[in-house]
Design a protein around this ligand. Structure first.
Ligand SMILES: *Cc1c(COP(=O)(O)O)cnc(C)c1O
Length: 399
């Protein structure tokens, strides 16, 4: 293919990252300790308003350590959003616990509070211990954490937020990752900011973050020799990588703005229709209509999404037969990457024996949903190429 690839979401450096990395080299802090680590942690605390933070090697490591520190034990059930990336559920498996999958609601596409409570009641009736609840703020949209934390308190179960995709998102100014006991952030290569790979655990609980650092450093006790009383991990972030993070923090507000502008552009282009739907008897019913058959997820009142990825659902009955897959293939033919929404965990062969509480929402989102190219570094020329495909596919439906 002669035209260059347009990626779904590619790294976007701000310019200062190299200076921070050079500083790490010049001072020989080429180690999992050093001044960029605390510098990056301070930047993240200042941005999110959380009190404590430990940067780690990955978001997955942050979820694993977080669940352990919340007291999740082998054999526990952990309430996990089904509609997510597999890392959420794999981290539960690492702790020896059993993910119990909860469907999404249509208002946020994240964990459905009603299904969560149904699952808690069903498991409690069987005498199961529930170790934690893990909601995800998928694609940057905050989950319904108000309702979820209320249920969690009522049943005395800790909440760990997977905020890997939602740095910059908030509800009424309170940032994703600050609603539960602790949360995970990710700086993987495709996220809204990246350190090439990395993550963080954040919490207002000072002791929890102190313990996270301890476990991430092979649980080395305080002694001149190597003394260990607990199992630990090597989950630390390198000072070099943290330097990239410090550079990225300088441009994070710009990145949020650019991703939201992408979403606006697609919204205007594809018929300006918010999804208005309900789930009934395991089926999703749309209550409004769209001139293109394309629907977008509206931010509920007070919600602010970083719009990490622009997501749509395409309804073939209304689009003149266009499906999310035919649209994806038309983009792919022009070397433009688009991707189906996450395939829910309860549909994955890996989890075919796990319990699931659902109403057909995440199945429907996977079947009809697509992520469109959403990088903060998309150029005018790239948008023109995307637009040409959209015009070609939807031509008879757009003014
Ligand atoms: C990226 C991601 C993770 C894992 O983060 P890594 O840094 O890649 O380990 C976890 N959950 C969700 C929802 C993610 O998108």
């Amino acid at each position: 293919m002669s035209v260059p690839k347009i990626w779904l979401s590619s790294p976007h450096m701000g310019g200062k990252e190299k200076e921070f990395v050079k500083e790490a080299f010049d001072t020989n802090w080429i180690a999992p300790v050093g001044p960029h680590i605390s510098g990056f942690e301070n930047d993240l605390r200042a941005f999110t308003g959380v009190k404590h933070c430990s940067v780690l090697g990955s978001g997955s490591a942050a979820i694993h350590i977080g669940l352990r520190l919340l007291g999740v034990k082998a054999g526990d059930a952990v309430m996990c959003q089904s509609f997510t990336f597999v890392a959420t559920a794999n981290s539960i498996l690492l702790q020896g616990a059993e993910p119990v999958f909860i469907d999404s609601e249509l208002d946020t596409w994240n964990m459905c509070p009603a299904k969560l409570e149904e699952a808690i009641v069903a498991l409690k009736n069987k005498g199961r211990r529930i170790g934690a609840i893990v909601p995800v703020h998928l694609y940057g949209m905050p989950s319904n954490v108000g309702a979820i934390t209320e249920i969690a308190q009522r049943y005395d179960i800790p909440v760990f937020e997977d905020a890997a995709e939602s740095l910059g998102s908030h509800i009424g100014g309170k940032h994703c990752g600050t609603f539960g006991r602790a949360a995970a952030l990710s700086f993987n290569g495709n996220k809204i900011i990246t350190t090439s790979g990395g993550g963080a655990i954040i919490s207002d609980d000072e002791e929890l973050i102190r313990q996270a650092r301890f476990l991430a450093t092979q649980a080395r006790d305080d002694a001149p020799h190597y003394e260990h009383t607990q199992q630990g991990y090597n989950y630390r972030m390198s000072n070099v990588v943290a330097g990239i993070g410090r550079g990225q923090m300088l441009v994070l507000p710009d990145r949020v703005q650019a991703r939201r502008a992408n979403h606006d552009w697609y919204f205007r282009k594809l018929g300006e229709t918010w999804l208005d739907a309900i789930a009934e008897n395991g089926r999703v019913q749309i209550r409004n209509s769209s001139p293109t058959g394309v629907y977008f997820l509206k931010e509920p009142e007070g919600y602010f999404s970083n719009r990490w990825l622009t997501t749509i659902v395409v309804i073939p009955e209304e689009s003149g037969g266009i499906t999310r897959e035919s649209l994806r293939l038309a983009l792919e033919a022009e070397n433009i990457e688009a991707r189906p929404l996450w395939k829910p965990m309860h549909m994955q062969p890996l989890f075919d024996r796990n319990a699931y509480f659902g109403s057909g929402v995440s199945d429907w989102l996977f079947e009809n949903g697509l992520c469109l190219p959403s990088g903060s570094n998309l150029t005018i020329e790239e948008f023109a190429r995307i637009e040409a495909v959209l015009d070609e596919v939807f031509h008879f439906r757009m003014s």
